[in-house]
Design a protein around this ligand. Structure first.
Ligand code: ITT
Length: 183
């Protein structure tokens, strides 16, 4: 049994489906924790996890996700949450007008298991759509088209998103580690 600390219900639903398939018990601590700002997603994720030690009962993990757009030199990256709340998907589309649209999602999951910190990363390459499409998912999903797919993450259902996503790839690392009991 391990606890996922996140305020985001969509993240929990995606991760919960992966744990369910693996037959590992997952609990949800729905709280907004202090995100410790840093230059990389790895550091933000690690620092935020360390801050939570002593506040969460038993083994737990958090994850920090960012959208990195090549032609904007990786922006919004560690500012993804602020940018989503301010200029939003529409603002991203306008920023990208006439620029190449290659982008990636990166999820860095940091787990605190048996007193040890472990990180797992998942990347999804893709591009930014020229308009918002689809109803599913959350955040940047309506404007993100995974490489090799003709549709946005919002046009996929949860099962389909979970087959390709950055979050799935990071969580897979954790689930495999838990199954091997190698910590
Ligand atoms: P917690 O920190 O409580 O887990 P959050 O929603 O604040 O939840 P992040 O800081 O990791 O999570 O997210 C940064 C931004 O990226 C935020 O605006 C999210 O909506 C967006 N985001 C994260 N994962 C995403 C995904 O799989 N698809 C689309 N947008 C995503």
């Amino acid at each position: 049994m391990i606890t996922f600390v996140t305020s985001n219900r969509h993240k929990f639903e995606e991760v919960s489906a992966i744990f369910n398939d693996a037959g590992i018990e997952l609990s949800w601590e729905q709280m907004k924790y202090e995100e410790i700002q840093a230059d990389t997603t790895e550091e933000v994720s690690r620092n935020s996890c360390i801050k939570l030690i002593g506040q969460i009962h038993g083994d737990f993990f958090i994850e920090d996700t960012g959208l990195f757009i090549d032609s904007l030199k990786g922006f919004p990256g560690v500012y993804s949450s602020y940018v989503q709340k301010t200029i939003g998907n529409d603002g991203i589309i306008r920023l990208l007008k006439d620029r190449p649209d290659n982008a990636m999602f990166k999820t860095v999951l940091t787990a605190y298991i048996n007193g040890t910190i472990k990180q797992f990363t998942g990347i999804l390459e893709g591009s930014i759509a020229s308009d918002e499409r689809g109803e599913g998912g959350f955040g940047y999903d309506p404007v993100f088209i995974p490489s090799g797919y003709g549709k946005t993450l919002s046009e996929m259902d949860l099962t389909e998103k979970n087959r390709v996503s950055h979050r799935f790839r990071a969580v897979k690392g954790l689930v495999e580690s838990l199954a091997r009991n190698d910590h």
